[in-house]
Structure formats: C-alpha cells, structure tokens
Design a protein around this ligand. Sequence first.
Ligand code: AOF
Ligand code: ZN
Length: 375
Amino acid sequence: MSAVVTAQDRLQLQRALELAEGGRGRVSPNPLVGAILARQGEVIGEGFHAELGGLHAEVAAIHECRARGLDPAGSTLYVTLEPCAHHGRQPPCTEAILEARIARVVIASEDPSEKASGRGPGILRDEGLEVEVVGGPEAAAARLLNQAFRKHARIGRPLVIAKSALSLDGRVATTGGDSRWISGEASRRLAHRWRAESDAVCVGIGTALADDPLLTAREPGAVRQPTRVVFDSEARLPLSSKLVESIDAAPLAVIARPAAPAERIEALKASGALVIVCDGDPAGRVAGALAELGRRGLTSLLLEGGPTLTGAFLDASEVDELRLFVAPIVIGGAGASPVAGGTGAATITDATRALAMEWERSDGDLLIRARLREW
Ligand code: AOF
Ligand code: ZN
C-alpha cells in the first residue's frame, strides 16, 4: 500500500520550491532544483542547485545536514525534481541518497529528460526506500519552475516568452514609430532582469536597425549574458552596429535566409556572429531557428521583437508565454502597430486561448503574464 502524502510533506516541498529559486539565472541548461532533509517534521538539511556543474540539490542538502553535525540516516528527502541516476557533470544523486541511508523520498515533479524519466525513483524503490511522487499544487509549481528545462528536454526547442509594452488601446508604437518609452522605469528594469534569466534574447532586423540595441542584461545581479538573436533575412545587420561590436561581451546569432548575400553572411561570421540559415515562410523560419538554437543548448528565449516577428512566432505556435506591460496611456492612430502582426487566427474559435493568466502592478503599469502552453 502506498503511504500518504501529508500536509507536513507539502509544506516541506513548498520550502524546497522556494530554495530552488536560488539558482535562477545561474544553472541553465540544467533545471532549478531545491531539496530539504527532515526528520519528524524538523528540517535537518537544505540545499539547492546553485550553479551549472555544481552540486545537485539533493547532495547539497546532505552536505549541509552533515555540516550541522547531523546524520541524514533514516530521514526524509524532499526534492522538487526526481533524483538523477546518471553520471553527468555530477555523480548520480541516487548513489548519494543510498549512501546517506535516507529512508523516504518525496518528489514534486518527474524529470522528462531521456536519461531520467523515472530511473532514479525506480532504483530507490528497488533498494527499499519509500518513494512518493506528489500531485496537486506542489507538483504544478515544480513543473512551472522548470518550463524551459522541460520544453527543451521534451522537444529540443527553447521556451519562448514574448515580452511587450503596450498602451491601453493595444499599441506598441505611434503611427510614426515612436515607442520610447511606453512602460515605466520599474517595468523596464524588470524586463532587464528577464534578459539575465534567459539563455537568449531575440529581435527582428527592423528593431535592430531602428534602435541599434545592445540587448545585454544590464542588471547588477546578472551573472551571465544571453545570446542575442536577430532575425535578419537579408543579413543586413551592419558590422558597425552595437550588437556586432559587443560580440565579445555576449554571443550574437543572426538568422538569415539562404538568399541573403553570401558576402554579408561571411562578413558577419568573420566578426564572430553565428549565422543560422533558415528557409521557408516566416513561421517555418521561426521553427527552424528555434530547433537550431535548441540543438546548441539554449533552453529559453525572451522575444523582444516588434509586431512582425511576434506575429511570425505566434503563427508558428511557438510562443509559450506572453508578458505584457499595459501602460496607462492611449496612443490611437490606425497606423500605430499592435503587439502582433503575421497572419493570425481566421476566426475567434481559432484564436489561441491562454491556459492561465496572472497579473500584478509594476509601478504605474499592469503586468499580465499569460501562459499559452505548458510543458
Ligand atoms: C541539476 N541539479 O539539483 C538535479 C539535477 O550534468 P549534471 O550532472 O549536472 O546533471 C544534470 C541533470 O541532472 C539535469 O538535467 C537533471 O536531469 C538531473 N538532476 N540536475 O542540475 C539538480 N537534481
Ligand atoms: Zn542529481
């Protein structure tokens, strides 16, 4: 008979989920993972995955328990992701768990990657440990925490979060193209933090030419820089652009079409840019580029494109989440751009419906997070 998951177990998992957040922006392409060791409801060890290549959460918790002068034998391990059983950058957590003689393991989410998929929990059960995989809100929260890791593990493409700042009447620029600034300063700072948390940041050539952006994460706590991705069919990005000139500070990928002038492609490559050549219609090129970026280990992409690129991503069904700052201004004008162009839905029945929406204030703006797909 399988034992029950108690309210106490759920509380410990909630704490482990909080701990996992400590690795945000530091561990990709690995998942965010938190772990707690407890005996009779009392926490005796805590850990989280803090950096790529570093200790896994389970082992960090075991170490921390011993550093307190305590013995993990007979305790319960709470972990937000199933323990691994493979040799990677780190040895298998199953071995550390067995060696520590932990009695019970409570897991909040399964690991969809090929090397995992239940192997660790299976080994632990075979060794006589009590292993629980919970459902309910803690399971949902654990999956949400690792959407990028999960999508990449399942289909090999980065998670796409489309960010946009719009007016109350749904415009992202005036008819003349002015967009500085629609959202407030706090919102723009938050967006910078999202860059630091993403493996890639993406714009279209229109934005790159008009704004000459750097697209780096200029956030004090940023520990890594995202790969900057520019959809640039004709490889027009100037070698004198800030994006090309800052290649040493952060990688640059240019997505061009096969028809782009070969000498432009070669010049960009010679400057250190990665050039990915994709054919097909706009949505097809989006899908092709994402597959290639995923192959190169990128698990998340923050889309900061204008309407054309956002429309192509939506037409390709490749937007997993929308993050919209709605500013308290009205722009108007028939020629003022909306968030997304592209082909769009033919009827309202065909429109993409969000699975879930959350909203919060961001100073004077309203931040809406809409999840379109779940992994
Ligand atoms: C982590 N941190 O706390 C746990 C992970 O290359 P490695 O050895 O770091 O292994 C990474 C894989 O290990 C990861 O993709 C996931 O499947 C599993 N568990 N990974 O980075 C952790 N528990
Ligand atoms: Zn592990």
